[in-house]
Design a protein. Structure first.
Length: 23
């Protein structure tokens, strides 16, 4: 569970960065 949470958090951060870059 911890691994999936960490992975989802990393993916979320990457998506956030992409959103900020596009926006």
């Amino acid at each position: 569970e911890q691994e999936s949470l960490a992975r989802a958090r990393e993916e979320g951060e990457l998506v956030g960065e992409k959103s900020k870059g596009k926006a």
